[in-house]
Write a protein that binds this ligand. Structure first.
Ligand code: ZN
Ligand code: ZN
Length: 265
């Protein structure tokens, strides 16, 4: 890890950009392939209707997303080189604290940004593209408007500029972020029903939670946890009753539902 950091510090920008592109492309490939395998493995626990075949347009949009994510990480590299973003090198308890803090702070910030994305000002031209995917699958995680990807990434850069976390904590958080995003878009529920009875973990979002958001855009805005939806009353009342199954109301929600007024909340 220290060798990689040292290389990044002295690398010319085209080399750094190429490495960051490869890194983002590898994350995309792993999430798509791994997620697709998981969806097949748990195909008996579908939580959304089976998606249609992947189209060329969807793959193109996902590739644009990889480029957008690369631009975000490249901007992070520039800010790090300029000393605006700083990282610690410790790996102990403080690094564990970094992970916990990043998860909770980002969870709240993303919840707020996601609700804003559902407002009448942003939904029609920005977030609606993601919600054309009413039958989520692993690829759905990467189908977003480039401006939205840059906005979420910009928020991330602000947070790490304000919080000088460790490389170790940052790495673990980024892995958890991709795992969480992939789980949310599987279209199946890999966790057992007992998940809802276990303390603490029952607050962690699995496959059902975000799949419900893709079928009902007015609920379940959280990313990693259910905390903020429970606190602000935006969780679907039947979230637990529909856990691990296709909701009975799934077909009644039209694709990309949401003309102006309804979305404004
Ligand atoms: Zn989604
Ligand atoms: Zn949404």
């Amino acid at each position: 890890m220290s060798d990689l950091i040292a290389w990044l510090e002295g690398a010319p920008w085209p080399d750094a950009l190429a490495l960051l592109f490869l890194q983002n492309f590898a994350i995309f490939g792993l999430a798509w392939c791994g997620g697709t395998r998981l969806s097949r493995r748990f195909s008996r626990r579908r939580v959304a209707l089976t998606p249609l075949a992947v189209t060329e347009l969807e793959v193109c949009l996902a590739c644009i997303n990889v480029v957008s994510n690369t631009l975000i990480t490249f901007a992070g590299w520039i800010l790090w080189k300029a000393g605006v973003v700083r990282f610690r090198t410790d790996c102990g308890l403080l690094a564990v604290c970094d992970v916990v803090i990043l998860i909770f702070v980002m969870d709240l910030a993303l919840y707020g940004l996601h609700r804003l994305a559902h407002s009448r000002w942003f939904y029609p031209w920005l977030h609606r593209l993601h919600h054309t995917q009413t039958r989520p699958r692993a690829l759905t995680l990467f189908i977003m408007h480039p401006a939205e990807t840059l906005a979420f990434g910009g928020l991330w850069l602000v947070i790490i500029a304000l919080w000088p976390c460790s490389w170790a904590g940052l790495s673990v958080y980024l892995v958890l972020n991709v795992v969480s995003g992939t789980l949310g878009h599987l279209g199946v529920e890999p966790f057992p029903d007992a998940w809802l009875r276990w303390p603490l973990v029952r607050w962690v979002a699995g496959g059902s939670f975000h799949a419900q958001h893709h079928q009902d855009v007015q609920h379940n805005y959280g990313f990693y946890t259910l905390i903020w939806d429970r606190l602000f009353g935006s969780i679907r009342p039947d979230y637990e009753d529909s856990f691990g199954q296709i909701p009975t109301w799934a077909e009644s929600v039209p694709p990309g539902d949401l003309p102006g007024d309804q979305s404004a909340h």
